[in-house]
Ligand binder design. Structure first.
Ligand SMILES: *[C@@H]1O[C@H](CO)[C@@H](O)[C@H](O)[C@H]1NC(C)=O
Ligand SMILES: *[C@@H]1O[C@H](CO)[C@@H](O)[C@H](O)[C@H]1NC(C)=O
Ligand SMILES: *[C@@H]1O[C@H](CO)[C@@H](O)[C@H](O)[C@H]1NC(C)=O
Length: 811
């Protein structure tokens, strides 16, 4: 793929660039980073600085001279700036130049600036610089890019790398600006030459030779550069446009009419936002600081005529999505970092004393001073979850944790210790449990840095596509699988990949009291009629538990040979992937057998499956961004690897060591999550219900996610994510529902000091920016180019003083 070398950056709207802090920066970072963001395909090189931390740079001194010059000056500054939190910066540079600025509230400012940067990547260049050191490994995939970056960065100035990383976010925030100016100036002239080459492979390293200059937008250069820039740079950016606008394939170029319209809108929205402000209030609800609007709708729950299928734990969204803000619990503190959080969390962040009282003796959770600690792995793992995990594999080696088995579903997860320890085996676990005010298990899980959602097996399908989980696990689950024709177990059958295993660890498996024996017999009959093979009964003697492991068939032969069509096969018209508010049915879908169909073979082993387009993506299909599907997939992945390594890792002021729970609010192929693979984070990939259904692709590559409608609240507790990523989500959403309610939901989900990254058109960015400023969030960075913008903001502890009573949530 071609990577553009030359891109132009236009900072229009920009006026609000960076906020609070100053613009300090180190050049490389910001600019580069930023711009990288914007440009999808761009190749940025400089970024290397950005990434350096990650890469552990090895290369300190070898920088090329030019680079070194650019960075030299800055390096000195960094430390200081980096350290201060909101320092100030005034930048020396003229405004016009700086892309990123602090935000001055007024957006009126400068109209637009155009920057032009040129980047070139040339493999060779890289080689020179890198060559000496050996570090750069060859590139395989993501890491390479990072590593490379690393090298480069070192050149730039060591300062950055070292400081930034550890420091909390604040430091880094500032960095960006200061250097830019210099950098730009240096680079300016050189650009043109470099412009044309693109060819960067990701693999080879890319370097940016120059970054460069910006002129005011009016500058003459604009017109010509524009087209090129868009073309080259935008492939990825274009995605978004293409997405929404769909069919247009002129994708890369926007029309003048569009540009003007967008500009007008953005001016309008920014001005109206400032003037009107938003009158935020705290939610006055019975659930208090644990409010989940769609699960705490007391009014709707009162009207239910039945609770026998846990209807009261299902989603019942208020007619109007709330726009109030959830209060903080008293004594709330910033969450403990992973992996320590797996063992202990702050008691006041999840003060459920009843849980501790009730469960304390079960080795589940204990109150120790200001902490809640999780000594073992939960009730079922007296001697540790890892022992249990390993004994499962021992009894059935085909399980192959972290290779064949990568994405699993844990039903009724307790405090999710199973999922928490499976990270050690490179396995991602989607855990769920119903919301229960006395046993806020999922809240504990999330506070511990372990994935989880509040959900129940009630009357509706779980919000996942069919045939996606490599394993479904249920320990001590008291779900009555065998009743009602096995309806609930049939739902798990829908979710389980053909050839995948169901691991059922429950007393009927290993206890002989009459009740258990009765359940065992009923379960045996049901699983046989479902054509599940009982492969093995595993015993974990140390933990004194046992598990029956069943396998879902990979062909339809058994279904056809059953003496009775019970449970029956679903109608051909039944779409197994339809899962948004679809009622459960007691039927089984046929297993896909056509070799080109998803589910007919097992995916590649992890981590190979992450990188390759699934075998069932066909070239004849058009991808979300308009290319042939497999190419679309690959270019999306390359795009996100670039964006992450060039910009997100170091250019946004995010301290990744304190990020654990991440959500991509509008995931397409999961490229963003894939690009974060080597960090100690997990990413919940949300595929909005009105977006193309790419969730099966996400699972196929060994990642996980969920369907959701962002016009409603998400089934998670407040303050459960460290980072939310919204790529072209809000512009689409505001056509369907009120953006202010969506932002209130974002506020609810995000932990204090958590970050929101928004990429969207400039008008939408401006609107979001105004809104979050009124929430007293700190703008870490804003950046725009052409009509596309990037915003990174940090939530604070601020809460309004006024309250708004949400009658539907008062019990
Ligand atoms: C560095 O820049 C100077 C001028 O700024 C130029 O003469 C020199 O060739 C450059 N060196 C490299 C390695 O690009
Ligand atoms: C760019 O715009 C300037 C002034 O608008 C014009 O003179 C110049 O020819 C244009 N260049 C290109 C390449 O269109
Ligand atoms: C919260 O709602 C309850 C129930 O309607 C009401 O009695 C109470 O006064 C409200 N509190 C505030 C601060 O508005």
């Amino acid at each position: 793929m071609a990577l553009g070398k030359y891109s132009r950056v236009d900072g229009r709207k920009s006026s609000n660039y960076c906020s609070t802090v100053a613009i300090v920066m180190f050049v490389g970072i910001c600019l580069v980073g930023v711009w990288v963001l914007m440009s999808s395909s761009v190749v940025p090189v400089q970024n290397s600085d950005l990434s350096s931390q990650e890469s552990k740079t090895k290369v300190p001194q070898e920088v090329t001279e030019n680079h070194s010059k650019q960075f030299e000056d800055s390096s000195g500054d960094l430390p200081e700036d980096a350290i201060k939190e909101d320092s100030i910066p005034e930048n020396s540079q003229d405004e016009s130049n700086s892309e990123v600025r602090q935000n001055q509230k007024e957006s009126e400012n400068t109209p637009e600036e155009v920057q032009e940067k040129f980047v070139e990547d040339n493999p060779e260049g890289k080689t020179e610089s890198d060559g000496k050191k050996e570090d750069g490994e060859s590139n395989s995939g993501d890491r390479d890019s990072n590593s490379e970056g690393g090298d480069a960065s070192t050149e730039a100035g060591e300062t950055n790398p070292s400081e930034q990383p550890e420091s909390e976010d604040s430091p880094s925030e500032n960095e960006p600006k200061s250097d830019e100016g210099k950098k730009k100036s240096d680079t300016e002239g050189s650009v043109e030459e470099t412009m044309q080459e693109d060819k960067v492979d990701l693999h080879t390293e890319e370097k940016v030779e120059e970054v460069q200059d910006k002129d005011s937008k009016e500058s003459s250069g604009e017109n010509k550069t524009e087209d090129q820039a868009k073309d080259q740079v935008f492939p990825a950016g274009a995605q978004s446009e293409i997405l929404t606008e769909t069919s247009t394939q002129n994708g890369a170029w926007s029309t003048q009419a569009t540009e003007s319209k967008n500009e007008k809108e953005s001016q309008k929205s920014s001005s109206s936002g400032d003037q009107n402000g938003y009158n935020w209030k705290v939610c006055n609800v019975t659930a208090g600081s644990d409010y989940i609007p769609c699960l705490d709708n007391a009014q709707a729950i009162r009207k239910l005529t039945s609770r026998s299928h846990f209807e009261h734990r299902e989603r019942h969204c208020p007619d109007e999505a709330p726009t109030c803000l959830v209060p903080l619990p008293k004594g709330y503190r910033r969450s403990i970092k992973w992996p320590k959080s797996r063992e202990q969390i702050w008691y006041y962040n999840v003060p459920h004393t009843k849980l501790a009282e009730v469960k304390g003796h079960q080795n589940w959770v204990k109150v120790s001073g200001d902490y809640l600690t999780f000594p073992g792995g939960g009730t079922q793992f007296k001697n540790g979850a890892l022992h249990y995990i390993d004994s499962i594999q021992k009894s059935l080696p085909d399980i192959a944790w972290g290779k064949r088995s990568r994405v699993i579903l844990d039903v009724g997860c307790g405090v999710a210790s199973f999922g928490g320890y499976l990270f050690e085996r490179d396995v991602l676990t989607m855990s769920f449990a119903p919301k229960d005010e006395h046993e806020a298990q999922v809240q504990f899980a999330l506070e511990r840095g372990i994935p989880g959602i509040s959900a129940v097996m009630g009357t509706q399908r779980l919000p996942f596509p069919s045939n996606v989980f490599d394993i479904v696990h249920c320990a001590r689950c008291r779900v009555p699988w065998h009743v009602e024709g096995g309806k609930l177990l049939l739902e798990l059958n829908r979710l389980l990949r053909p050839g995948g295993y169901f691991v059922w660890s429950a007393t009927p498996v290993y206890r002989k009291v009459p009740e258990d024996v009765g359940i065992w017999n009923a379960m045996s009959e049901l699983t046989r009629s479902m054509c599940w093979d009982l492969v093995v009964i595993e015993e974990d003697k140390l933990n004194e538990v046992g598990a029956a492991i069943y396998r879902k068939p990979t062909t339809n032969l058994c279904y056809e040979k059953r003496p009775q069509n019970e449970p029956q096969l679903c109608k051909e018209s039944d779409d197994a992937d339809a899962a948004w508010k679809v009622p459960l049915q007691a039927c089984m879908h046929k297993v896909p057998v056509d070799a080109s169909e998803r589910g007919s073979h097992w995916p590649e082993q992890w981590p190979l499956r992450l990188e390759q387009p699934p075998y069932w993506l066909k070239s004849s299909q058009v991808g979300v961004y308009g290319k042939e599907a497999p190419k679309d997939f690959s270019s999306d992945y390359e795009h996100w690897k670039r964006v992450v390594s060039m910009s997100y890792l170091n250019g946004l002021g995010i301290s990744w060591s304190s990020v654990r729970n991440v959500m991509d609010m509008r995931a397409v192929y999961g490229g963003f999550a894939a690009a974060l693979k080597d960090l100690k984070v997990w990413v919940m990939n949300v595929v909005p219900i009105n977006s193309p259904d790419t969730l099966p692709i996400i699972y196929e590559r060994g990642l996980f996610g969920i369907y959701h409608d962002w016009c409603e609240s998400f089934s998670t507790y407040p303050r459960s994510y460290d980072l939310l990523h919204a790529d072209h989500l809000f512009s689409d959403l505001k056509k369907r529902c009120k953006l202010v309610a969506v932002i209130a939901e974002v506020d609810r989900i995000l932990r204090p000091e958590g970050k929101l990254i928004v990429r969207d058109n400039v008008a939408t960015i401006a609107e979001v920016e105004n809104m979050v400023k009124s929430l007293q969030w700190k703008i870490q960075l804003t950046y725009s180019k052409d009509n596309e913008g990037l915003l990174c903001v940090k939530k604070t502890l601020w809460r309004p003083t006024e309250a708004e009573t949400i009658m539907s949530a008062i019990e």
